[in-house]
Design a protein around this ligand. Structure first.
Ligand SMILES: Nc1nc2c(ncn2[C@@H]2O[C@H](COP(=O)(O)OP(=O)(O)OP(=O)(O)O)[C@@H](O)[C@H]2O)c(=O)[nH]1
Ligand SMILES: [Mg+2]
Length: 289
């Protein structure tokens, strides 16, 4: 059985860092893991491991920009169209792996997740090849600093989820940057976030949008903005599709919890009993009553 995890999410969310940590963790656990680089713009030393498959062997953003006289964004779109037309190259590369765990590090172009046909097509091909596939979507913890930014992140995650029809796990990355949880309070105190406050983001509480009363809201005090927020609140209440697993790469437990959720989602090891994901321990962020 072959497995593939698509590591997705906006630019700078920590996808490549997570992919490397994930691969290391699997190797330490004596499991074969390979990184697939799907980012034609990745710079040479971006990876601790040599990727087993690298889109840059087919096409690089630099070449496209140089030869086609394109800018970086148009160039990236061109790269994906090119890969889409050369899917047999990827299939051939993938064909060489048996019984393996492929970690597919995706680029951070948000268009790729919300409306470009490339990733859905890739997923269909992986499934046709009998590779069990799931996706993780990383959002970085800094998004929790601004409620509007956070909910725009939640909506983007939802739209990516709907676009890519695979089992899906949302991850709040870089939790090491969030100091806390220091207390059981809702509001940040002494610059530290309370446990309950963090929980309202991991399991997005749409009332955060309604209750927002910071300076920024006064500037935005107009009824159409409030109507829009109310509509978003309603959408998230009616379709609570998105919740986040916290990921703190400075903690092995945290990484293990995330890996066990991924294993569970893909039913890794089909001959074994399906495993329940590790419960989050005391000290993790999401163990709210
Ligand atoms: N503090 C902290 N920083 C992180 C973590 N993960 C990644 N970073 C930093 O965030 C930046 C972006 O990390 P990458 O792993 O390159 O993110 P990416 O999602 O692959 O970025 P793109 O491929 O450009 O979209 C780098 O400076 C990393 O060092 C983390 O868990 N904690
Ligand atoms: Mg990257």
């Amino acid at each position: 059985m072959r497995y593939a995890v698509l590591v997705t999410g906006p630019a700078g969310a920590g996808k490549s860092t997570f992919s490397t940590a994930f691969a290391t963790h699997l190797r330490v656990s004596r499991r074969t893991a390979h990184i697939v680089n799907l980012d034609p713009a990745a710079t040479g030393d971006a990876f601790e491991y040599q990727p087993a498959i690298d889109i840059r062997e087919l096409v690089t953003l630099d070449d496209v920009m140089g030869e086609m006289n394109m800018g970086p964004n148009g160039g990236l779109v061109y790269c994906f169209e090119y890969l889409l037309q050369n899917m047999d190259w990827l299939e051939e590369e993938l064909g060489g792996f048996d019984d393996d765990y492929l970690i597919i590090d995706c680029p951070g172009q948000i268009e790729l997740y919300t409306h470009h046909p490339f990733l859905p097509q890739l997923v269909r091909n992986l499934q046709r090849m009998g590779i069990r596939t799931c996706a993780v979507y990383l959002l970085e913890s800094q998004f929790m600093e601004d409620r509007y930014k956070f909910f725009s992140g939640v909506l983007t995650a939802m739209s990516a989820m709907v676009n890519l029809e695979v089992p899906w796990i949302n991850i709040m990355s870089k939790m090491d940057l969030v100091s806390g949880p220091s207390s059981d309070t809702f509001e940040p105190r002494n610059g530290k976030r309370g446990k309950r406050d963090i929980a309202r983001y991991l399991d997005p509480d749409p009332m955060l949008l309604v209750a927002a009363r910071d300076g920024r809201d006064q500037q935005r005090d107009n009824s159409r903005f409030h109507d829009l927020n109310r509509a978003i609140v309603q959408l998230i209440e009616d379709h609570p599709l998105v919740s986040f697993l916290p990921l703190d790469l400075t903690s092995t437990d945290s990484l293990e919890t995330v890996v066990s959720h991924i294993d569970f989602t893909m039913q890794y090891g089909e001959d074994e009993e399906p495993k329940e994901p590790h419960d989050l321990d005391e000290g993790d962020f999401a163990d709210m009553e």
